[in-house]
Ligand binder design. Structure first.
Ligand SMILES: [Fe+2]
Length: 303
């Protein structure tokens, strides 16, 4: 069986379930984002059950993207999730060099199947639960040219905005940090801890403090809105993480663009970073906006 490092994992996207993507993508577009790809109709991801409606958006030229996925969802397991949770952050996707071997490895290590391994025209993929029940999608491109497009690396707007990753609220931060390191080959960049809180900042093997900062943050529920969501839905994908050169300006731009205020910029006592929280338009999920943050890489030397 292949090991996690053999599988060449890289963080790719966060998927949001939303039933009104045409309208709700506009606050993102006004907030310095661009559409990297729009997949719909009978040309992509065709299955016996239906077809896709996916809008991919990027911001700041970073590899990490969001995907807005709209009903009618293609698969029963997706429709079931929509019925249970409604609008929400549905899954995180990793790219791999070998999806078949990745599925074997994940199922042998406490992940449970959501969508069986399947060969689509452009990629092989599947979906599993992590040990706390959040969805993980794994994708291996199999077409010579098909890719979700990426921007070149450059912060966007005068505020210097970049989408850099996502946060997850865990029941057991320690155990999940170990699992994501061992099974999905993430590396810990930095940890923040006090008597009540634990935040683990992770990234994939491609992390570079200068050229590529995809972050994956595991933490306990710290904010009131996180505690409420956790009580209702259990451990969950909790935030899209943005960094800005000027957080105050990025926050003002976000409000103008149509995002809703959750918490104005203020210094986070645990991380020391100026941090704001907003609600995004696809159902009011949380956005975390911090000042530019690039912890030193222990595994990669910056160019
Ligand atoms: Fe996806």
């Amino acid at each position: 069986m292949k090991t996690a490092p053999d599988l060449d994992y890289s963080l790719h996207h966060l998927c949001i379930y939303d039933d009104n993507p045409r309208d709700n993508m506009f606050p993102y577009l006004r907030w310095h984002h661009g559409i990297t790809n729009f997949f719909s109709g009978s040309v992509f991801h065709v299955t016996e059950e239906g077809h896709s409606d996916y809008t991919f958006l990027g911001c700041g030229g970073h590899a990490y993207q969001i995907q807005i996925e709209a009903p009618p969802f293609q698969f029963e397991y997706e429709r079931n999730w929509w019925a249970d949770h409604g609008h929400g952050y549905n899954h995180i996707c990793w790219l791999t060099s070998d999806a078949r071997a990745s599925m074997d490895h994940l199922l042998a290590n406490s992940a449970t199947e959501v969508m069986p391994f399947e060969k689509f025209p452009t990629y092989d993929g599947f979906v599993v639960h992590d040990p706390e029940g959040r969805w993980i999608e794994i994708m291996e491109y199999t077409d010579d040219t098909f890719r979700v497009q990426e921007f070149t690396h450059a912060p966007s707007g005068e505020c210097g905005l970049e989408m850099v990753g996502n946060g997850e609220i865990c029941k057991d931060v320690e155990a999940m940090s170990k699992w994501y390191q061992d099974i999905l080959d993430l590396r810990v960049l930095e940890e923040f801890k006090d008597a009540d809180n634990h935040v683990v900042v992770m990234s994939d093997k491609n992390y570079d403090p200068v050229q590529g900062r995809s972050l994956f943050i595991l933490q306990n529920a710290r904010q009131d809105f996180e505690k409420e969501h956790m009580a209702e839905h259990g451990p969950y994908i909790s935030s899209i993480i943005y960094q800005a050169k000027n957080v105050t300006r990025a926050y003002e731009d976000a409000i103008w663009a149509g995002m809703l205020a959750l918490q104005k910029p203020q210094r986070d006592s645990l991380t020391g970073l100026v941090t704001a929280y907003l609600k995004e338009p696809c159902g009011g999920n949380a956005i975390m906006l911090t000042e530019r943050y690039a912890p030193a890489a222990h595994t990669v030397i910056a160019a």
